[in-house]
Write a protein that binds this ligand. Structure first.
Ligand SMILES: [Zn+2]
Length: 108
């Protein structure tokens, strides 16, 4: 519930400006808020929606894992997001950590 804003970080302001809480928002997967799912049209194969990073507008289509690797710069063959600065990374990591922690508690 910390609502203090330092206001000295462009990166975090950018993060706030691109954050969109989806209608299907699930606190377990906070990073969906920073990407956009684009329904595939005309493919006919069904399956994956296209996923675009809202920060850098790159295609990160795949699973949530890929989104996570992109935004948290975890590697594993996924290009890291060029827009994620240290401040942003710390923020995103803490959101993901909280989500991981709450999922663990929920399972207990
Ligand atoms: Zn990106």
């Amino acid at each position: 519930m910390a609502s203090s804003s330092t206001g000295n970080s462009d990166g975090l302001q950018m993060l706030d400006s691109v954050r969109v809480i989806p209608p299907t928002d699930d606190p377990k997967w906070p990073l969906w808020r920073y990407v956009q799912k684009v329904a595939k049209t005309g493919g006919g194969k069904g399956g994956n929606a296209k996923i675009i990073c809202r920060l850098c507008n790159r295609d990160v289509t795949g699973s949530y894992t890929r989104v996570k690797h992109h935004l948290l710069k975890m590697g594993n063959g996924v290009k890291p997001c060029p827009k994620v600065t240290i401040d942003v990374l710390v923020q995103l990591k803490s959101e993901q950590d909280k989500a991981d922690a709450s999922t663990k508690f929920a399972k207990l």
